[in-house]
Unconditional design. Sequence first.
Length: 143
Amino acid sequence: MVKPDGVQRGLVGEIIGRFERKGFTLRGLKLFTPKKQLAEEHYKDLSQKPFFKDLVDYITSGPVVAMVWEGNGVVKSARKLIGATNPLEAEPGTIRGDLAVQTGRNVVHGSDSPENGERETALWFGSDAVEQWQPALAPWLRE
Ligand code: DAT
Ligand code: MG
């Protein structure tokens, strides 16, 4: 997900491009401003953290771009492409390492396990089916 700061800063294309160029397949995409209830459910594991309210206020402050990406090892790889939670600790070449300076404005969210990827897809996309399609270049990405 491109967070509200990423959308406001015009980084949507840059971020989508990194996942596309890596070789992952876009299966779902939508832009909208999340409701508080959705943000709280999404981040429920962090509900006892002191920054929880600020986090929910930030995520609900404007439109986000929610996406579903599919591919070989996509969850682990996406976390690497995204970089460390604190952008000042994130390696150059990662999204956060290249494009952000503070944890509270770290431009992008990525699921941390395949199970959470499924959970978050259901939460953010609901019953909207994510698209099943075969990219024509699939044989050039995976033998
Ligand atoms: P990640 O987004 O890298 O998966 P996380 O799941 O630990 O990180 O936390 C979710 C978000 O919460 C994170 O992107 C930004 C915010 N956050 C985490 N730790 C924080 C902290 N110490 N202070 C402020 N915000 C924090
Ligand atoms: Mg997380």
